[in-house]
Design a protein around this ligand. Structure first.
Ligand code: ZN
Ligand code: ZN
Ligand code: ZN
Length: 372
């Protein structure tokens, strides 16, 4: 798997006329070689040139963390008093090319600034130039992992909708913590977020769950996801789902609005076919909400790509005319947010396939009514 990925990266480097690729902290590195850099001040950096074996430069005492992948990359440890920036730069001096360098877009600026100082005549571009399209089109085994991640959070959503997770009388933060524990129990290595927003707090799309106590007769919006744990140091894949429940019988006005939202979400999923412009899928959901005069409450884009990173290309947003490709995986998450009153969102992860859109999340889309 990693060998073919390296081949494809080198092809992309040639196409983009990039001579070297440098990857440090962030998702590009685990995606490419199955190793995640420690996000600390000591530099870890994979150096990929077009003509030499890729080399992972990292602190010597962290070498035991590396899972060897012969034929994919070599390892060069650096001692506590050595200058790792110099080691990386020397590798670039030695390689044939040297014009344009692509650097991981999560790399700390202290390292980029030092490298630019040491290599003043190079042109610097983002790693997205090289790996962006490769990461956005999932390989079949990546699709399987994203589907497994989605099934994991589907089961957590089902527990929420089935009333197994007590709500009334608990704080948002307590419910968030329980969602987090359940995400881990479903095979995730870490929780990326567990938004719980009750009543008027649901009008804030990225609400931070706090000590607000959940009461009877209000909406509770839950948006949660994590990153799976995979064997042999392989990268984990992300999940992300939003479902809403109501503590008691909802008012007719909310039910009507929620029906329109569910309709908009379903129509947008159906529109996510190969070749459709990303913006057009956003427009489908937005115009359904507009029919009910609700589009002014839909405050954000329709969705984001997902993979080893929770948010990545492609973005389903007005203005993005890029056509969807088979293998793209993204969220479809319309919502409505009425300040000081309430809000709702429905979110699934959807794979664009040659056979049509496939929703990886299968948890019930209806508004669940829970009495406890
Ligand atoms: Zn969000
Ligand atoms: Zn979400
Ligand atoms: Zn999302």
């Amino acid at each position: 798997m990693f060998e073919t990925r390296l081949d494809r990266v080198r092809e992309a480097m040639a196409t983009a006329d990039v001579d070297a690729l440098l990857l440090s902290v962030g998702p590009d590195l685990p995606w490419m070689i199955g190793y995640e850099a420690m996000p600390l001040e000591r530099l870890t950096m994979l150096v990929v040139t077009r003509d030499t074996e890729p080399t992972l430069v990292l602190p010597s005492f962290e070498v035991p963390r590396v899972v060897d992948r012969p034929g994919v990359f070599a390892v060069q440890g650096w001692g506590e008093t050595e200058d790792p920036v110099e080691l990386v730069a020397a590798r670039l001096d030695a390689s044939a090319g040297g014009g344009t360098i692509a650097i991981g877009d999560h790399t700390w600026s202290r390292f980029l600034v030092a490298l630019q100082h040491r290599l003043p005549d190079r042109k610097w571009v983002s790693s997205q130039t090289v790996v962006g399209d490769l990461r956005a089109v999932k390989e079949p085994h990546e699709l399987d992992r994203l589907a497994a991640a989605a099934s994991g959070v589907d089961r957590v959503a089902a527990a929420l909708q089935g009333g197994e997770i007590p709500l009334i009388g608990r704080t948002e933060a307590e419910v968030s913590a329980e969602l987090g524990r359940r995400i881990l129990a479903e095979g995730h290595a870490k929780v990326n977020f567990a938004i719980v927003a009750a009543g008027e707090n649901a009008a804030s799309p990225h609400h931070h769950p706090g000590d607000r106590v959940i009461k009877p007769g209000e909406v509770v919006l839950c948006d949660f996801g994590g990153t799976t744990s995979e064997p042999h140091g392989e990268p984990g894949y992300c999940s992300d789902i939003t479902r809403c429940v109501y503590t008691g019988q909802p008012p007719a006005e909310f039910l009507e609005q929620f029906d329109v939202l569910a309709d908009a979400q379903r129509m947008a999923v159906e529109a996510a076919t190969v070749g459709s412009a990303a913006a057009s899928v956003d427009a489908v959901a937005r115009s359904r909400l507009a029919d009910a005069d609700m589009d002014q409450w839909f405050l954000h884009r329709l969705g984001h790509g997902i993979g080893v990173e929770a948010h990545e290309d492609p973005y389903l947003v007005d203005g993005n005319q890029e056509p969807l490709s088979a293998g793209n995986v993204f969220s479809v998450e319309p919502g409505f947010y009425i300040a000081d009153k309430w809000g709702a969102r429905i979110e699934d992860i959807v794979a664009c396939t040659a056979d049509g859109p496939r929703s990886l999340n299968q948890a019930d889309h209806a508004l669940a009514i829970v009495e406890a």
